[in-house]
Design a protein around this ligand. Sequence first.
Ligand SMILES: C[S@@+](CC[C@H](N)C(=O)[O-])C[C@H]1O[C@@H](n2cnc3c(N)ncnc32)[C@H](O)[C@@H]1O
Length: 393
Amino acid sequence: HDISDNYAGTPILTPPTLQLADLDVACPLPLDDHPSAWPSLGSPWTHPPVCESSADGTTKYCVYTNSRHGPRGWSIVTTPETAANSVWILNQALNGTTTKTRLPEPPAYKMVDVPGKGKGLVTTRKIRRYEEILVDHATLMVDIMFTTRVPAFLGYRLLHAAVNQLADAESVLALGQSNTLARDKIENILRTNAFNAKLGGAPHIALYPLVSRINHACKANAYTRFMPETLQVSIRAARDIAAGEEITISYIPVGAPTSERAKKLSTWGFSCQCSLCQAPAEEREASDKRLGEIQQLRDYAIRAFQAGRAYQALRFTRQVVNLLAPEELWPLYAEQYENMARIFYTLRDRANAEKYANMALELLAEQGHVPRADKREVERMFAKFEEEEGGRY
Ligand SMILES: C[S@@+](CC[C@H](N)C(=O)[O-])C[C@H]1O[C@@H](n2cnc3c(N)ncnc32)[C@H](O)[C@@H]1O
């Protein structure tokens, strides 16, 4: 167990994992491209599946499309089993779950050309901290194993079918393509824009065409939140955002110094034009020094905690908290408060454990990660500590 492994710690864009709940629904039988399988009465899919086999012949991967799902249609490239296990998403939509988020009209954002970055989204009015700016649907999802197991030229055929069968293929085809490794247009679009996600318990990549227009910043003013029950992604403001300001998210976990950031961002094939990456050398050095110190103290705190030196862990964690504000590391507060709660909990200091658990939960609730901060959520957090640290002290 790792002290940083808590539910505040979801990285901002190194795309978080969407874990679909094990729902108790009747599973349709896996459907593939066998001639007897289509037309299929009452099929959840609007097109007959198109399939290819893995190079070793052991696994079939198919394209499944429901062109009426969401604003642009939904295509998945996956195994017949995962597709069968994912039909409940479509049922959820029919039940109205997906449409319950009503965002104010007109939208609070618009797409513009941003010098040096291609397209980007800017706000059309002032946005309050934690306010929801937009909600987007997964439009294309691809099993990660498919990308390595099916021979490339056959794989590209399926990817193109998956996009062409969408109601709005253009929303995908028009996306940025800045990856240097890709040999195919859709592969490039996926490499430039997709998030990691889980579908039916299996790792997939997922494309959210509107979210994909949001550029990266090291001190981002917005963050992503996943809604596993609908596979939607919501973008919320991390701080107050002025009208006309560009909306940004961090593509990598926050808090890394310049050289580490450059290395992580190099997979997107761009040299970062965010304010911190472009800051004068002295400013960048000062920031790197603080970020290095924070990284080190977070590490010390974990090690002290794991070695049973709780008071030392507490001291390091307090120092971390004091260093977060100058670097605008807002996403890390809830995580650090939760760590404080965890340490006090293992020290059997119930009053302080509750105080910090509440501080963490209030932030998480405000940010939309948990439904509310109340006694039940505090008890859930403590039960998690008990499970993870039980018997350690
Ligand atoms: C997910 S897309 C973002 C939207 C993209 N600008 C577009 O025109 O569709 C990622 C690509 O945007 C560009 N980009 C994103 N953030 C950037 C930044 N901070 N500086 C420069 N380019 C950036 C890079 O080309 C990157 O590969």
